[in-house]
Design a protein around this ligand. Structure first.
Ligand code: F6R
Length: 266
């Protein structure tokens, strides 16, 4: 793997800091590649939890490059994406389904029926059933080998937004329909070309399913993430900052950061 400029173990969490965002993205792709190889060798399949947004784009372009070089096959890979807007059509270019086709699925040998996203078209009365089914499918596939995450400026993971829940309730959150926090809506305004056009609700994998992954890879890059990264790693575990809940499974979590995102840590 690409060597980080700095590594640190903090309360059981591995923190790897890279010179720039490109190197952090490449290292994340290499970690995914080695996880796929190990899981396929072990159990005949690898289950990946994926995220969208700006941060993992570089990761997906490296995974596509590895595939083209013959260094990574998705034939035995199953994927589960962490979130999707609701409601949204599958062909809407702002849907995370479109994003995944654009950045990964259409470029690799992943079987179409192995790529799972929460479905922004299910009728509202069926949402709870659909979300419970999503968690059951993950369990039936043997659980997630590696969950790739990004962090919102408000500390969200997936679309598990800051809340006033007790710690126990926050840790047990299931996959569900959720309201997007004002910070999330304002950050999404660029993609939606105006805040008033942002779809204010989403389906998200629950905190419980995220934390159950055998490994969690949190990728954060850029100065605008420095403050929230420091609070998630140094501050108390609280539902008010969902990424801090990763502290509860510290030994399974790796943070990959670039220098600007790590600026508040050292
Ligand atoms: C998207 C997702 C979100 C993003 C987070 C960071 O699938 O799960 O939690 O990871 O909002 O987004 P970017 O990478 O655009 O800063």
């Amino acid at each position: 793997m690409l060597s980080p400029a700095r590594t640190e173990e903090r309360a059981g969490v591995s923190i790897l800091v890279f010179g720039d965002a490109g190197s952090a993205g490449r290292a994340a792709a290499e970690r995914i590649q080695s996880t796929v190889h190990a899981a396929v060798a072990d159990r005949g399949r690898a289950v990946l939890g994926l995220a969208s947004g700006a941060t993992p784009r570089k990761v997906y372009s490296h995974l596509v490059a590895f595939h083209r070089e013959g260094a990574l096959s998705f034939r035995d890979v199953v994927t589960y994406n962490v979130d999707e807007f609701y409601p949204i059509g599958p062909l809407d270019p702002k849907s995370y389904r479109s994003y995944m086709h654009q950045h990964l699925f259409s470029h690799v040998d992943l079987a179409p029926h192995h790529a799972h996203l929460l479905d922004g078209t299910v009728p509202e009365f069926f949402v709870a059933e659909h979300c419970a089914g999503f968690d059951r499918w993950i369990a039936a596939d043997g659980g997630i080998d590696l969950q790739l995450l990004g962090i919102g400026r408000n500390g969200h993971i997936g679309f598990n937004e800051p809340s006033a829940l007790s710690l126990a309730d926050a840790l047990a959150l299931p996959t569900r329909l959720t309201e997007l926090h004002p910070v999330t809506q304002s950050d999404a305004a660029r993609e939606f070309v105006g805040e008033h056009r942002v779809i204010p609700r989403a389906l998200t994998m629950g905190v419980a399913s995220i934390l159950a992954a055998r490994s969690i890879l949190m990728l954060a890059t850029g100065t605008h993430k420095a403050d929230v990264v420091a609070r998630a790693l140094n501050g108390p575990m609280t539902a008010g900052l969902p990424a801090s809940l990763l502290q509860s499974v510290a030994s399974r979590v790796t943070w990959m950061l670039d220098e600007p995102a790590a600026a508040g840590l050292f």
